[in-house]
Design a protein. Structure first.
Length: 738
């Protein structure tokens, strides 16, 4: 995509803006000048620049009082210096294109030779000609010196003078012009803009008051539909086609008006690295740093020739391709954030527990979390009730770099503690005051499991369920239940974000999903993490007292957690070659079989499952033994059979370490000293045992040749939770001394 970019002065203040429809900007600044009486200047730097370049120029711009005296040549020099790194990358792209099949790029339906004697056409002597990387042509004023100007003709440019310095567009900077606010705009310029509106622009005369009112209504509708969203232009087209057909296909003019009102942020999908302070406070992007995707936060290392912007080296993001390609020339639209609402604190632990049917431990944790939600936010955003086409209804769009990070709270609850029930009071406290809530979980199956439970608990609330392929992709609701990948389509949307299974794949160790989750929450909103096994950095924050938290150290049935016991055993790899070495394990398995337990037998490698199943079938002919993994298409059926006790012993991997609850279970972890099993995974696997009140003391066996730190930490964590539960009187019996 290519857009216009211009500098605007109001009094002594200079800013730089981008434009999807220059007609809207001209009408806007005419109105501003007429109603404020403030003098100003509008300097068009390009009417047709690649979006990524225009956004970089606008973001890095730092105005100064000397600019009021600048001639066009000085504006040209500033812009060339500002975009030097982009031009160098483009040169590299051109050089690479020469080694391709024909060295040509398709641009706007035409074919242009992007290379002229090994350098960008006009890089040195044509100045602004770098914006269109092809040979200068004269198409009735459409392209001059490589700079496409939308519909302007030569007479229009020659007829525009600037006040004071007698600057003319014809001073070697074709396509650039300046206009003193308060003075009449050349009719030829306006006629040129009106001659043939671009795709997505309003076809009527936007100076007509009736048209302007309609545009204002469209802008308000567009912002309302995009509220809390972070969408590329193609996604906006899809959303509007589904939810607002009247706006579909011609929303660029309305978007430009909303952008000028401060209700909508326009950006490139992939942008240059965040600028840093340079000499005298000037902002400069980090040279040599890869650009980043504004949707997912990942480094965008890919570059390709692009027909949409005409560049030979248009950056794109490979990390979030599944949601559609985010490129340097892809328009990204975001709405400004409403101020977050505060939840209401619970009257007392007993009242909270009584209303929601919680245990004492659950009630204490929920009450503490409610107190956190009721605390004043660390940051805020301006709000107002202003209306009208000229003014925003609420605060201006924030730049991500200045946003306050949401406050955080950790609910550290042991496996089987009933985390889902504990969040119901938190959701209710925010929903009751008109807030929006997001519950995010890593896996689709958990979303589908939680949806009916939430619908039952909040029968009068509009609940939206989002996952890959969901039919509700563009639906908005007060309560959203989503997989973590879907969060990349939201921006400052929610007053409360609850991240379930914080430690689970794919959220754990994925900065892209962490970035998406933080940006989905309002800057002054609240984060609540749910986890039985928080990552070590969060545990350290808890120990230091820097992360507000509540622990739920006991399961709903009030019995202590089974503490793992270690038995020495050679590696599975060795035992498969010498089955007799499985003797100690077989003895323990027989005890579990004789007591009627269902047996989870976890291994570290998928390749071990088949051979081990065969050995165990020969050893235990009186029970059904099966194996499953992430590669097993029949995994679901086998898990169901395991729950029904049609299968008694299931050999599996960490794919079943969470989300599967089977009464009267014993857990065996082979190669517990494997580097693939960290503290969190060991605790999660151990957590499959003892979950039912009929059999709360299930057995957990670590089978390993070494007693590793991860095993020690897992055992210590389980024992610590039992001690805390005993100290607070949550246990019906004291834990064993093992």
């Amino acid at each position: 995509m290519r857009i216009a970019v211009y500098a605007i002065r109001q009094g002594q203040r200079w800013r730089m803006k981008i434009s999807l429809d220059l007609r809207i900007d001209i009408v806007w600044w005419e109105y501003v000048s007429r109603n404020t009486g403030m003098d100003g200047t509008m300097v068009l730097l390009s009417g047709d620049m690649p979006l990524g370049w225009a956004c970089k120029a606008a973001k890095d711009f730092v105005g100064g009082p000397e600019m009021v005296h600048w001639k066009m040549q000085q504006w040209k020099g500033w812009l060339e210096a500002e975009l030097r790194e982009e031009r160098e990358r483009e040169q590299i792209g051109f050089d690479r294109s020469r080694s391709g099949k024909n060295g040509w790029l398709a641009t706007a339906g035409k074919r242009h030779d992007p290379v002229t004697r090994g350098r960008l056409k006009g890089m040195e002597d044509q100045g602004m000609g770098v914006w269109n990387s092809f040979e200068s042509k004269d198409h009735g004023g459409a392209v001059q010196d490589g700079l496409k100007v939308k519909g302007y003709d030569g007479s229009a440019r020659d007829g525009i003078n600037t006040k004071g310095n007698d600057r003319k567009v014809g001073d070697g900077c074709s396509g650039m012009w300046s206009w003193e606010l308060g003075e009449p705009l050349s009719p030829a310029v306006w006629q040129g803009l009106m001659r043939q509106p671009e795709e997505g622009q309003w076809a009527g005369d936007v100076r007509d008051p009736v048209v302007l009112r309609v545009l204002a209504e469209h802008a308000a509708q567009l912002v309302d539909r995009l509220r809390g969203r972070s969408l590329l232009a193609a996604e906006v087209d899809s959303l509007l086609s589904d939810r607002a057909p009247g706006l579909a296909g011609a929303w660029h003019s309305a978007a430009q008006l909303a952008y000028l009102q401060g209700q909508l942020a326009l950006d490139a999908g992939v942008a240059a690295a965040s600028p840093r302070k340079g000499p005298r406070g000037a902002l400069r992007a980090g040279r040599g740093q890869a650009p980043r995707c504004r949707r997912c936060g990942s480094e965008a290392t890919g570059r390709t020739a692009c027909a949409a912007c005409g560049l030979a080296a248009c950056a794109y993001c490979e990390a979030c391709l599944a949601l559609g390609r985010s490129r340097a020339c892809s328009l990204l639209l975001r709405t400004a954030a409403d101020p977050a609402v505060r939840g209401t604190a619970g009257e007392s632990t007993a009242a909270v527990a009584g209303r929601w049917g919680l245990s004492a431990a659950q009630g204490d944790a929920a009450w503490a979390a409610l107190g956190f939600l009721a605390e004043p936010p660390e940051g805020g955003s301006a709000a107002g009730g202003r209306t009208g086409w000229m003014r925003p209804r609420w605060g201006a769009a924030r730049r991500s770099g200045t946003s306050t990070a949401p406050s955080r709270f950790l609910l550290w609850a042991v496996t089987g503690a009933g985390k889902t029930e504990m969040i119901f009071p938190l959701l209710d406290s925010v929903l009751a005051v008109g807030g929006r809530v997001l519950v995010a979980t890593p896996r689709r199956d958990v979303v589908l499991e939680l949806a009916p439970r939430l619908a039952k608990a909040f029968s009068g609330v509009r609940i939206v369920t989002l996952y890959g392929g969901s039919a509700e992709r563009w639906v908005s609701g007060a309560l959203t239940l989503a997989t973590t990948h879907q969060l990349m389509r939201f921006y400052h949307a929610f007053d409360l974000v609850v991240i379930d299974e914080l430690d689970a794949f794919p959220y754990h160790n994925d900065p892209m999903l962490a970035y998406a989750a933080q940006h989905a929450c309002k800057p002054d909103g609240k984060f609540v993490y749910l986890s039985a096994t928080p990552p070590r950095p969060l545990q350290r924050e808890v120990s230091r007292g820097t992360l507000p938290h509540a622990k739920v150290p006991v399961r709903y049935h009030g019995h202590p957690l089974p503490v793992p016991r270690r038995i020495p055993m050679r590696s599975v790899e060795t035992c498969l070659r010498q089955p007799k070495l499985l003797g100690p394990l077989a003895a323990e398995l027989r005890r579990s079989i004789d007591r009627g337990a269902q047996i989870f037998l976890f291994v570290s490698r998928i390749r071990h499952i088949g051979p081990l199943v065969e050995i165990l079938r020969r050893r235990f002919k009186d029970i059904a033994v099966e194996g499953t993994s992430s590669e097993d298409s029949g995994r679901g059926e086998k898990v169901m059979a395991f729950r029904k006790k049609d299968i008694r012993l299931l050999v599996t991997t960490t794919i079943l370490e969470r989300g599967v609850t089977v009464p009267r279970s014993d857990v065996y972890i082979l190669d517990a000293d494997s580097s693939l099993f960290d503290e969190a995974s060991l605790v999660q696997m151990a957590g499959r045992a003892g979950r039912s009140s009929e059999d709360p003391a299930g057995r957990v066996i670590f089978a390993s040749s070494q007693w590793t730190l991860s095993q020690k930490l897992a055992v210590n964590q389980i024992k610590a939770m039992n001690r805390i539960a005993g100290k607070h009187g949550y246990l019906k019996e004291q834990p064993s001394k093992s």
